[in-house]
Design a protein around this ligand. Structure first.
Ligand code: B3K
Ligand code: ZN
Length: 884
């Protein structure tokens, strides 16, 4: 495979200023005519015109109306003799949407046409300078059969529609904003729209539309509400208005990821768009709100200011994730609901991004090299990228960050820029800030892969009444980066007395205390901070709100963690204390190979959380949930997935048994009354009742008692919303209760026509806890189910990814059958859809840390995939890195 390197970036030899596209849409063979105005880039040396094109049939090439000679080399169309002056290039080609199972470029789904161009799908539609620094103004004419494709959409504003001969019709669209080709989109099909007119603060009128298939209209209300809230929020928080008269969102069932921010025409996976109380869970509602917001926010962070090259991907993705996370927190409104958002984000970061950063695919937030850019839409670029943006905000303050954003748009609106440009704007808007003082050091967050380890130790001097906090950072090596330099780590902290009071924070040399909550900045390998006027030995609460994406070793023992769990004013660290208490017990058991016995101190603390009169139910549910198996694995140098699973199972059973009366109390007292609302208050109660129910059913099943399984089955049948129905079903399935079988059958029959719900049905079984190999056997069986297909990414993910990625105990088998299954599925998927296959391949990223016999079996399976001659670039790159 050819590697593309960041250091090799050169500006394009030609600019494309305008492009006039005409599509004669036909599922089997679509004709594309492209008329472009080109000019030479005076800033770079002369050279031939090289256009990208893949899977196309070239019909003709004209320059200024005359045919020219050209060559085709690999995926390039090369024209050697082009005029020096501006010229018009006209290209005609065909492509085959029906055969496009990769779902990149122009494809068909459910009888309609859809596009996905990011990152390099546009070249599968027509020949082009398919790179983000070439920005053009698009005019698009769509022609198609009117009865089959009554709706014809593209970016921007609708200029014209007309009926044509032979039952065909046309629509002409114009997007006034220059954009890179990856933001191009078209949709044609038999769709209906929910519409909403809004007037923004700026006094402008806009039309918002959500297009879906006929039966799905009633499932679009939540998406529309989320879109309206996003428009309002971006204007209020960042002064960023909607810049188009019409903003369209379209749902499609075959889609490689969540959604896509095409200018004025966002295209969504139906799983990230459609929701009704009967078919979607609280988590789905929350996910939809955040993805709708994310794509909308891209209109400024991504579209108005885009990336110069794909190495800068985090410029738009990290920033936009940060924006959608801030939005979700603001929507959550109460401090406690905000903390719940933050906890969920950090949980995801630590169980997805930390392993990535420690494994075969570890890469910096701004990668240096790739073979296939689609492999780099990763938790590192997205979620770690967002943490980097959050650290800017922490260092310059919320207001300072707002100023930085304003300067960024003032400088770069309409441009394709780099992460350096962003960093510079934030720093320049905040002269003298903690950021500006050390911008170059801070930017190591973009260039160094790996998760920094932060060690903190405190020393109290009773006579001097001082508390010395020594911080030390270690930046572990990662592939290609053996040595690293210290990074800038903002450490938000507080100090608590043993009885839980917040202590004033006065550093040596300061005239007075600066509150009870502040940020220290570590920017070297080691640094000490001396607090004065400290009355008693404090308990440090460090890295509040998870102020940096690092692994913290604060050396705190149970006693101190219990103080934090009880009293910390920072809800995140309160939750973190609950996790640390569980983690240390789980790790001790796994490391010693001894059965786990939860002690009373831990169980009492958990009971106190559960029974606490003031804590939010959503928070309780998170604190009482054990760390997930992937996160536990990250703490170990040698990973035995079965040992981890055994410890977690024991902990769960003991937590279920010891707190049985408390779980029953929690279940009875947190029932939601009134109509379904996906808001934090209701969903918090449902999260807690569902957790309680799962504990009650687990304990009952283990002790042979039928009452709670019976109640769960009843609740499953009578539920009036999907959250409660899934909660009860999941409780039965996870406990391997006898009633799980009839419940699963009933569920399938009830939701036969609802693809997104059938996905849940598959996913639940793919994620079911392993018991004597039953879960694995069932997944293999389900892979042959008539409802199963690898062609639909949602369906493939629901079963195959659920097993391989989210069910370690069912996947990592001593007989290697899980790995064999993985290899088969990667190869089968690769022939259909390389992007999705590449994602599945990632499952083996951490194989080198596996214990015997898993390690050698994993290697064998990877080698089996590697041996296949015809692998996509996507899978090849990942396998190569795993074997490097
Ligand atoms: N920008 C798209 C992701 C495109 C992925 C291409 N493999 C969605 C998003 O991040 O909003
Ligand atoms: Zn994005």
């Amino acid at each position: 495979v050819t590697l593309i390197r960041r250091e090799d970036y050169v500006a394009p030899i030609f600019w494309i200023r305008t492009v006039d596209l005409t599509f004669d849409l036909d599922p089997a063979k679509t004709l594309v005519t492209s008329k472009m105005q080109l000019e030479r880039n005076a800033a770079v040396p002369h050279g031939p015109l090289r256009l990208h094109g893949e899977e196309l049939n070239l019909l003709r090439v004209l320059i200024n109306g005359e045919s020219v000679s050209f060559r085709q080399e690999g995926h390039e169309l090369i024209i050697d003799n082009v005029p020096d002056a501006d010229f018009v290039l006209e290209i005609r080609n065909t492509c085959c949407p029906d055969k496009n199972t990769a779902l990149s470029g122009l494809y068909t789904s459910g009888g309609g046409f859809f596009t996905q161009c990011e990152a390099e799908g546009f070249r599968r539609i027509t020949y082009f300078l398919d790179r983000p620094d070439v920005m053009a103004v698009y005019t698009v004419t769509l022609r198609a059969d009117k009865s089959r494709f009554p709706v014809l959409l593209s970016n921007g504003n609708l200029l014209d529609t007309a009926d044509l001969d032979n039952g065909r019709h046309m629509a002409k669209w114009h997007d006034p904003f220059p954009k890179p080709s990856y933001l191009f989109a078209l949709v044609a099909g038999d769709l209906v729209a929910r519409e909403q007119r809004i007037r923004t603060r700026a006094g402008k009128d806009h039309l918002l539309q959500v297009y879906v298939r006929r039966g799905d209209l009633e499932k679009t209300e939540h998406a529309m509400n989320s879109l309206i809230a996003s428009v309002v929020w971006d204007e209020a928080r960042f002064n960023l208005p909607l810049d188009l008269e019409r903003f369209m969102v379209v749902g499609v069932s075959d889609f490689n990821m969540g959604a896509m921010e095409n200018k004025g025409l966002n295209i969504f996976n139906t799983s990230a768009l459609l929701a009704s109380p009967a078919t979607a869970t609280d988590a789905d509602f929350q996910r939809i709100e955040s993805i709708v917001a994310h794509e909308y926010f891209h209109n400024w962070t991504g579209n108005r200011v885009t990336c110069r090259d794909w190495f800068q991907l985090s410029l738009k993705e990290g920033l936009t994730v940060f924006r959608d996370q801030e939005f979700s927190m603001d929507m959550a409104a109460t401090p406690s609901a905000r903390a719940v958002c933050r906890i969920q984000d950090v949980r995801a970061l630590r169980s997805m991004q930390f392993p990535e950063d420690a494994g075969a695919m570890a890469h910096p937030v701004r990668p240096d090299v790739y073979a296939e850019i689609n492999n780099f839409y990763t938790p590192t670029v997205y979620e770690k990228g967002s943490e980097v943006v959050r650290m800017y905000q922490t260092l310059v303050g919320r207001e300072g960050f707002g100023k930085g954003m304003a300067l960024y748009f003032e400088r770069h609106d309409g441009q394709a820029v780099t992460c350096d440009d962003f960093a510079q704007a934030i720093a320049d808007a905040n002269p003298g800030s903690e950021l500006s003082k050390r911008l170059d050091t801070f930017k190591r967050w973009y260039s160094q892969a790996g998760t920094p380890r932060l060690q903190a130790r405190g020393q109290y001097d009773a006579a001097a009444r001082t508390y010395t906090l020594s911080l030390q950072q270690v930046n572990p090596p990662s592939p290609g980066q053996p040595d690293k330099l210290p990074q800038v780590i903002p450490v938000a902290l507080g100090l608590l007395s043993r009885d839980g009071a917040a202590l004033p924070l006065q550093l040596d040399g300061e005239a007075q205390a600066a509150g009870t909550d502040r940020v220290l900045v570590l920017d070297s390998a080691e640094q000490s901070f001396v607090f004065v006027n400290v009355d008693s030995a404090p308990v440090p609460s460090l890295l509040r709100g998870f102020s940096a994406p690092v692994v913290l070793d604060d050396g705190l023992g149970d006693e101190e963690l219990l103080v934090l769990l009880k009293h910390d004013s920072d809800a995140f660290n309160r939750w973190e204390a609950s996790q640390r208490l569980a983690l240390s017990r789980l790790l001790t058991s796994v490391r010693n190979g001894q059965p786990l016995r939860l002690d009373d101190a831990y169980l009492d603390a958990m009971r106190a959380v559960l029974r606490h009169p003031d804590l939010d139910p959503a928070f309780k549910a998170l604190a009482l949930q054990l760390p997930d198996e992937a996160y536990i694995a990250e703490q170990l140098t040698v990973v035995d997935p079965q040992a981890i699973h055994a410890a977690v199972t024991q902990a769960q059973e003991q937590l279920a048994a010891a707190l049985q009366a408390d779980w029953a109390w929690a279940f009875e007292t947190h029932q939601v009354s009134g109509g379904y609302q996906p808001d934090p208050v209701q969903s918090g109660k449902r999260a807690l009742t569902n957790l309680a129910l799962s504990m009650l059913v687990l304990h009952a099943t283990r002790s042979g008692d039928g009452v709670w399984p019976g109640r769960a089955y009843q609740r499953f049948k009578d539920a009036t919303n999907m959250t409660d129905r899934m909660g009860a079903l999941s409780a039965l399935v996870q406990a391997h209760a006898a009633l799980a079988e009839p419940a699963l059958e009933r569920f399938h029959a009830q939701f036969k026509g609802e693809a997104l719900v059938i996905d849940k049905w598959f996913a639940l079984q793919g994620r079911a806890t392993e018991l004597d190999g039953k879960t694995f056997a069932r997944v293999k069986q389900l892979a042959k189910h008539s409802d199963f297909t690898l062609k639909n990414p949602n369906r493939a993910r629901s079963l195959i990814f659920s097993l391989c990625m989210f069910n370690p105990a069912a996947f990592h088998r001593t007989d290697a059958a899980g790995y064999v299954f993985w290899a088969e599925q990667v190869l089968a998927l690769d022939a259909i859809n390389p992007q999705v296959a590449g994602r599945l391949a990632r499952v083996m990223d951490r194989w080198t840390t596996l214990a015997t016999p898993y390690r050698s079996a994993a290697r064998e399976a990877i080698a089996r995939v590697a041996a296949k001659a015809e692998l996509s670039n996507d899978v090849r790159e990942i396998i190569d890195r795993q074997l490097a």
